[in-house]
Design a protein around this ligand. Structure first.
Ligand code: ADP
Length: 447
């Protein structure tokens, strides 16, 4: 087993990894920017190294700085968390060349899943159902018109290198297609330095259902059911739950097995998520994330497993601690993302947290790196905490969520907490009857 792991991240996810390390008797190294010198992950880790100025490009994304930090401290492995370098194949390649273990899949697996066109082709060849769309990239307007009329309007134009819901444009008809195609390309170029796009059928009322998979890197893999992440704003998740309110045990077993078999075939190592849109009983693959997801705790709650611990075990060449038969789904879990944002505009609200009190009690987990007096810097994403509740069933989880939200105190800044209080009063949320478009429509109507 490793003696020391470096965590190439910050915030709640850095804490999450440090906790797993400590329980496993592994030393942890935090890296931080100058602005994060007082951050909780720095305080909680056994050692810390400053890797650069506030801008993440020069700190959390600086590969030479992070590799040097590893060498100075003697860390044998890096956990990337999510975001930052977690899906950067060149970084993983560089670590392989330096003899540092990356806690995640191989550079090659990241590469094939990182490029969305290749990912779709790979998924298709592994027997995973995909969204109807262009075969590969779409180069010009003529081709765009041809593809769109073939699959039928509305269509969605997506950046091959896309992520975080950016670089996507919907076109309702041929007139709208031209503008949508051009904007998608220029946005993709600006955001990812790559203007390549592809076209898919735009599904009208799907749910976002994702399957958690876990591979041992040696040809075996399991699935840990699904998460429903349909409650989204601008293609970004706001609330996630497991199991999905609309998924039957039979569907879970069927799609779960398809995904587990697919990643087993390619000798995938560690945690991965296969994302689908789900409509009228059909699953349509959209992408695979080759890392731990923000919303992994809902899966941990219902299966009673520690996914980060398993990631570390597999990266060290050990066996996973469960087989498919060991994994029994128990109860219902819901996570809400607490962002430092002012509702309804969702404008960032950085600044000093004057008072913080985390909720507690049975079935409540609060993953956050904030504390009394902490100053939220304006340089990074606005997620300041995740509140996860677990109950025997969905109604109990909802009641617990409402109760826990009521206990939470975050003073001095604006957060998305009031939004969740309002959402919990909605009959559609109580019944679980919502598609990926529900929240945007609700926001339009209410604000
Ligand atoms: P990203 O990597 O940027 O997050 P995804 O491909 O995972 O992009 O899509 C993010 C979200 O965008 C989905 O959860 C869904 O809400 C929406 N979306 C993507 N593809 C489609 C589609 N074909 N039809 C309808 N909505 C879509």
């Amino acid at each position: 087993m490793f003696d020391k792991i470096l965590i190439a991240n910050r915030g709640e996810i850095a804490l999450r990894v440090i906790r797993a390390c400590r329980e496993m008797g592994i030393q942890s190294v935090a890296v931080h920017s100058t602005t994060d010198a007082d951050a909780m992950h720095v305080r909680m880790a056994d050692e810390s190294v400053c890797v650069g100025p506030p801008s993440s490009t020069d700190s959390y994304l600086s590969m030479p700085a992070i590799i040097s930090a590893c060498e100075i401290t003697g860390a044998q492995a890096i956990h990337p968390g999510y975001g930052f370098l977690s899906e950067n194949a060149s970084f993983v390649q560089m670590l392989e060349d330096h003899g540092i273990t990356f806690i995640g899949p191989t550079a090659e697996h990241i590469r094939i899943m990182g490029d969305k066109i290749t990912a779709k082709e790979t998924a298709k060849s592994l027997g995973i159902p995909v969204v109807p769309g262009s075969e590969g990239g779409v180069e010009d307007m003529d081709q765009a018109r041809e593809v769109a009329s073939e699959i039928g309007y509305p269509v969605i134009i997506k950046a091959t290198a896309g992520g975080g819901g950016r670089g996507m444009k919907v076109a309702a008809d041929e007139t709208a297609l031209e503008v949508a195609f051009r904007t998608a390309r220029s946005e993709a170029k600006a955001a990812f330095g790559n203007a390549d796009v592809y076209i898919e059928k735009y599904l009208q009322k799907p749910r976002h259902i994702e399957i958690q998979v876990f591979g041992d890197g040696k040809g075996s893999a399991v699935h840990l059911g699904e998460r429903d992440c349909s409650l989204q704003r601008r293609h970004q998740k706001v609330l996630e739950e497991a199991p999905g309110p609309s998924i039957t045990p039979e569907e879970r077993a069927r799609i779960g097995k398809i995904c587990a078999d697919a990643v087993a075939t390619i000798n995938y190592a560690g945690a991965g998520t296969v994302e689908f849109l789900y409509e009228d009983g059909e699953f349509y693959f959209i992408e695979m994330n080759t890392r731990l997801q923000v919303e992994h705790p809902v899966t941990e709650a219902v299966f009673g497993v520690d996914l980060v611990r398993q990631q570390i075990l597999v990266a060290a060449g050990k066996e996973m601690e469960f087989t498919q038969d060991d994994l029994q789904l128990n109860g219902h879990a819901i996570e809400v993302r607490i962002n430092a944002e002012k509702v309804p505009g969702f404008t960032p609200s950085p600044g000093r947290v004057t008072q913080y009190h985390a909720p507690g009690g049975l079935g409540v987990r609060m993953d956050s790196a904030i504390y009394d007096g902490y100053r939220i810097p304006p340089y990074y994403d606005s997620l300041i905490g995740k509140l996860i509740v677990h109950g025997r069933d969905r109604p109990e989880a909802l009641a617990r969520l409402s109760r826990a939200l009521g206990e939470l105190i975050v003073d001095g800044i604006d957060t998305t907490v009031p939004l969740f209080h309002e959402l919990l009063a909605e009959p559609d949320i109580q019944s679980g009857n919502y598609s990926i478009h529900w929240l945007e429509r609700w926001l339009d109507k209410h604000y």
